[in-house]
Every structure is written in C-alpha cells, then in structure tokens.
Design a protein around this ligand. Structure first.
Ligand code: ATP
Ligand code: MG
Length: 655
C-alpha cells in the first residue's frame, strides 16, 4: 500500500488556516480589511481577553446577500477576483478568498449581515468549518462578525498565544496601522469595554495620526506631497529633531495597504542624510499611490510584503518627495529675542544681557531721582592677590604629573569613600550645562609649571614603584595621551574607559541600580509591540534603574532612571531604544536582557568621543583606568594601548 494519503477536508482546512490566522490580531486584520473593501465609512472592533475569547467587528459597508453568505465561508470564494487578468490589477485589500474560510475553520463564527437591497438580513453560524445555522435577522445594512474561542479545536496553536495583554496590544498595533492606512474611515477600538482608539474618519491623515500616536508625535511632523514618474507620495515624515533610535515608527502604505518596503525605507533615510544625528532614524507615515499593475501584492499570505515591477521610480519619488518636504518644512525655529525693556539708560551704554536684566530690576525699584544707572564692570579687589588664570592653550601645554598605584597620593581631605563619582555628564535633575574648560577658569595647581621633572637625584617619593605619568593631552577629543616612564606613550579611549567603569558600577549594584526620580515623569509613545515588550519587562527595567508605569494606549511613563544616566532629553530616547531591543529579544533570558540594559545605560551615560573634557577630568579618568585595571569596554574593544618609544623611533627611521 502506498504511503501517501490525501488529507481529509478538515485537516487540510486547519493547515491552510494556519497560514492566514496566526493570532487574534491576524483575524482582526482580515475582518477589518473586508469591511474596508465593503466600502464602510465606520468600523468598530471590540475584543475581550486580548481577542482570544471574543472578537466583534461591525461595519456599515455593503453587506453580504443571503445567497452569498454560505459561499463567503468557502475556501477560494471571493467577490474581488474573477479571472486571471484581475490578479494583475488588484485594487482591493483582499483577493485570495481565504480569510473567512480560515477563521471559521479554527473558531466559532457568527455573522449578521444585510445588503441595502434586502428587506431581511441573515444570521449565520459556523464553527470549526461546519455550518450550524442560517436564518433571517433584523439588522441595519452592513455586517457584524463575531469570532469566539479562537483555536478552540487546535490546542497546539492555542499554546503559542501570549498573555491577553500582549495579544490585545498586537490587535491595537494592527488597528493603528489600519487607521493610518484609511483616514477617511472612522476606526473605533474597544478593549474589554474600554475605548482605546477612535479616529474621526475625516479623511485627514494628520487627524488619524493624532488619534493614534497623540499630540507630541503629531507635532513633530513635516507634510510630504509629491508626484514623480506616476508615483504619488503623500503623508508625513518626522522633523529631524524628532528622529528616533529605531525604525518602529516608520510606516509605509502602498495603495492603502500597510507594507514593509525596503526600497521606500532606504529612499526616505537617504533623503534625511546629513540632517540626522548618528544612530537616529526618521519616523514616518508615508502613503504611495501607484498603478496596481506596477505592484505585485500576491507575495505572502498575510499580504504584508509586495514586489514592484520597477523599484527605481518608487525610490526616486520617495527620495525627492521627502527631500523637498525637508527643504520646505524643516525651517529652524525662529528665535525672537526679547527687546530690552524701555530704560532711561544712557544711549551710549551697551550693557551685556545679564547686566541689563539686573539693571532693569534696579531701575524699576529705585527711586526716580536715582534712576540713571551706569553699567559697571566688576571691580578688582586690590587687597586680594591677583588670581592667576591660564588660557586654554597654556593649560593644554601644561604637563600634569600623575602618580599611580602605590605612589598615588590621595589628598587627605578627600578620602576615597567620600570622593564624588567621576561625573562627566550633566545630571538630568539639575539640567545645568557643563561649563567649558575656558568658562570654568580652571586653576590648576601652581606647582606643575615650575616643578622640575623628577630626576634620579630627586625622586618623587622615597621609593618609586613605577615611573610617574604625564598627561600629554587629548587627541581628536577622544584619546587621552600620556607618557609613562621614559619609553612609553599610553593612549586611552575616554569613552570606552568611562563606559566600562559605569557598566561595572551598574553590575556591582546587583540588579538594584541606584535610581533618581525625575522631576516630572517623561511620557514615551511606542509602537504597540514595543509597548507590550516594555510592560512585560517592567521588573527587569526596574533592576536596571528604570521605573516605568503604563499610561495606556501605547504610552508609558518613565518615573525614575538610573542615577548615572545623563540629561533628561535622553530618557525618551533611551527607552525607545530599549523597547526596540526588548521586542526583538523575546527569547533572551533575564540576565542577558539586564546585561544589555547595563551596556546601553553605560554607553549613554559615558563621556562621548568629541565631548570637551578638562585636563582634570582626563587625568582622573586615566588614574582610574590604571587603578581599576580597566582593559576592555563592555563590547570588548580595548580601552588603551601603548606605543613604545622604540616603535616611534622606528617610524622616524632613527633606529
Ligand atoms: N464585511 C464584509 N462586508 C461585505 N462583504 C464581505 C465582508 N466580509 C467578507 N465579505 C465577502 O466575503 C468574501 C470572502 O471574504 P474573504 O475575506 O474570505 O475573502 P477575500 O476578502 O475576497 O480575500 P482574502 O482571503 O484575500 O481576504 C469577500 O470576497 C466579500 O465578498
Ligand atoms: Mg478578505
């Protein structure tokens, strides 16, 4: 007997259903797309338990005629395609004739529908692919589909479903995209009886974006409206200042269908080249309208991937469309300087702004007879000895002696335990700009200028264990250069070194990172998948120092951040980046995730290559590299390397 069986209808249906129906969100995508194809102007979606036990989609579209109802649930039954040629010109979202059959194969489905022409509607029930009821129903024109107990007859699939919250958020993510794909349709979403989305359906994309992503996201957008080579591009891109650390907020729609398009993505990012900081990418909601014959949507059962007949016109239209929008829309914010208040100062006096402010106050308070106040320069107190201030170039040339290891003498007044942590980044709470070295008027200890270099006859300490080191300076704002002993130059990557130290510090706090409460919580709007991932990893984030609260509808509130983290504007950025990681690191174990979070925080908080650092900071960093034996950054790159005098001489042909 042969080994090959023809599968029975039920098993074949279950296998086929698996391709289309993966989870509640895929059911909802198919049902709402049917409602859109039916010409609806309003669609309401309700779910319970993340959509696993209950989904209801109600529309005001064309409805299904009684005789068509049972047919609609058959595989390969569709009203959207008739013959082969139609496949070349698909103008609807559905065309495979599979969705209803697939859903009905793995759930209990009920349909109530009526066309405008019919007097009575139809009530139809089908479970596990078997028809159970078909009767008259009194209802308004349009369709309501109820899907209960998804995967009740396929327990293997059921096991793959996530918690209700994650499934519900996946549904929300799908509806966000559908709402943005058709701003002319009002989309309403009720989750466990709570309305979480309601777009006005006024045809304006900006209104839909506002409803989906909120005020902050929509205020940072530039409109795009362009046409080239028969490709129309319209929608919005984020202003460069609102760029994000990952691509989760990049959305492309082709002929009203959400798709993943690498061509469009690359073209848009190319147009942004030169306007963005390294590591940032723009967000967008961009629609492309092209001839249906120029795009093949029949690539994937979920229809999320498309193939273009010719990529070039797509690339060019997106590139030039976005470029033009940036040129026109990204105008720098006009800063209107406040005119100085009317004063009766001498017209020849030209006070500096700060002095002006002080004088304004004194003018308003002073009696009229004393009103004329001449600007004064700070008086030098003759009694005090003049303070010696070094110009920047003086200081940079200045040799600074450093004694390491056993010879390093700490000032008695600042014992190790009380020494403040080396901080090269501004605190988010204080938000003070770190004054540049020149502004600080740093006074370096007097002796180094005059001090003689140590000689054999005049040792630095009684018994030097190693030769003292000298700060030569800093190259490219990145590398600290020291001379060690007589024969070696040491180069230290200041970012890598600082990053490692912060990372070790976070790790040493053993999952209880020291937090700082933000003065006001920072709201961060995320793509729904990321939103779920962040809420699921709340505890891990707390261990790394981030206290997060759910603010609803894709937004989280960051209440605390690790103490080492920098300025407040980094908070949203940090969380967005972490959210992207957490979404893709579903299978990583908690310790791996925690470690990644430590890396990320350390990298953000560490002094950056190119940041201005004072000689004192460089010296202290170098001392700590030596003291703590810091060798590699958390990513495994070396922190320092040594160039010997011999190697240098070799380069110059001296030896
Ligand atoms: N909400 C609805 N309103 C009116 N007609 C509907 C609705 N939902 C489904 N139909 C009808 O039922 C048919 C079958 O729907 P189904 O989703 O299974 O296939 P499709 O949309 O044609 O293709 P695809 O499988 O690609 O979605 C549709 O072609 C359409 O005629
Ligand atoms: Mg369909």
């Amino acid at each position: 007997m042969g080994k090959i069986n023809v599968l029975d209808k039920h098993v074949a249906e279950l296998i086929a259903a698996g391709e289309v129906v993966e989870r509640p969100s895929s059911v909802i995508k198919e049902l709402v797309e049917n409602s859109i194809d039916a010409g609806s102007s309003a669609v309401t979606v309700e779910i319970k338990n993340g959509g696993i036990s209950y989904i209801r989609v109600t529309d005001n579209g064309c409805g299904i005629a009684r005789e068509d109802v049972p047919v609609a649930f058959l595989r390969h039954a569709t009203s959207k395609v008739r013959e082969q040629d139609d496949l070349e010109n698909i103008g609807t979202l559905g065309f495979r004739g599979e969705a209803l059959a697939s859903i009905a194969a793995v759930a209990r489905v009920e349909l109530i529908t009526r066309t405008k022409q019919e007097l009575a509607g139809t009530h139809y029930v089908i479970s596990g692919g078997e028809e159970e009821l078909c009767e008259d129903a009194g209802c308004a024109p349009g369709s309501t589909i109820l899907v209960r107990d998804l995967f009740y007859n396929t327990p293997a699939r059921m096991k793959f479903l996530k918690k209700d919250m994650a499934e519900g958020n996946a549904v929300a993510g799908v509806l966000d995209k559908i709402a943005l794909s058709h701003p002319e349709i009002s989309i309403r979403f009720l989750r466990d009886s709570r309305e979480t989305l309601h777009t006005p359906g006024d045809g304006k994309l900006r209104s839909a974006i506002y409803s989906v992503y909120g005020k902050e996201f929509s205020s940072g957008l530039i409109p795009v409206d362009y046409e080239l080579n028969g490709v129309k591009v319209w929608g919005f891109v984020s202003k460069p200042a609102y760029a994000r650390p990952n691509r989760s907020m990049q959305q492309f729609y082709i002929n009203g269908r959400y798709v993943k398009s690498r061509t469009a993505m690359v073209a848009m990012e190319e147009a942004f080249k030169g306007s963005l900081m390294v590591g940032k990418v723009p967000a967008c909601v961009l629609h492309l309208a092209i001839a249906p014959s120029a795009v093949d949507v029949n690539v994937h059962p979920a229809k999320i991937e498309v193939r273009f007949l010719n990529e070039k016109p797509i690339f060019e239209a997106v590139y030039h469309g976005v470029k033009t929008a940036l040129n026109q829309g990204d105008t720098p914010v006009a800063v209107a300087l406040k005119k100085p208040a009317q004063t009766i100062l001498s017209p020849f006096a030209q006070p500096e702004p700060a002095a002006q402010l002080r004088m304004d106050i004194s003018v308003s308070q002073a009696p009229s007879s004393e009103r004329v106040v001449a600007p004064t320069r700070p008086q030098v107190d003759a009694a005090k000895p003049p303070v010696r201030n070094f110009a920047v170039h003086d200081v940079q040339k200045m040799p600074i002696r450093m004694d390491y290891g056993m010879n390093y003498v700490r000032p008695a007044s600042a014992p190790e335990a009380e020494k403040p942590e080396l901080s090269l980044a501004p605190s988010p709470v204080e938000q003070k700009a770190v004054p540049s070295f020149a502004e600080q008027n740093v006074k370096l200890p007097e002796p180094p200028m005059e001090q003689e270099p140590p000689t054999a006859a005049q040792p630095l300490t009684e018994e030097p264990a190693c030769q003292p080191e000298r700060l030569i300076g800093e190259a490219f704002g990145t590398y600290i250069i020291l001379q060690r002993g007589k024969d070696e130059l040491v180069f230290i990557d200041k970012h890598a070194a600082h990053e490692r130290m912060l990372y070790e510090k976070l790790k040493a706090q053993g999952g209880q990172a020291v937090q700082q409460m933000l003065l006001s919580p920072v709201p961060v709007t995320l793509e729904k998948g990321e939103y779920t991932a962040v809420l699921e990893a709340k505890e891990t984030l707390a261990q790394a120092g981030f206290e997060i609260d759910d603010f609803g509808s894709g937004t989280v509130l960051v209440r605390s951040v690790p103490l080492v983290l920098g300025a407040e504007e980094d908070v949203a950025d940090a969380l967005m980046e972490m959210a992207g990681y957490l979404l893709n690191a579903k299978n990583d174990i908690t310790t791996e995730k925690l470690d990644w979070l430590y890396h990320n925080v350390a990298c953000r908080a560490a002094v950056k290559a190119g940041d201005e650092s004072s000689p004192q900071e460089l010296v202290e960093l170098a001392q700590r590299v030596e003291r703590e034996d810091v060798r590699y950054c958390p990513h495994g790159r070396p922190v320092s390397f040594v160039l010997t005098k011999k190697e240098l001489e070799h380069q110059f042909g001296r030896i």
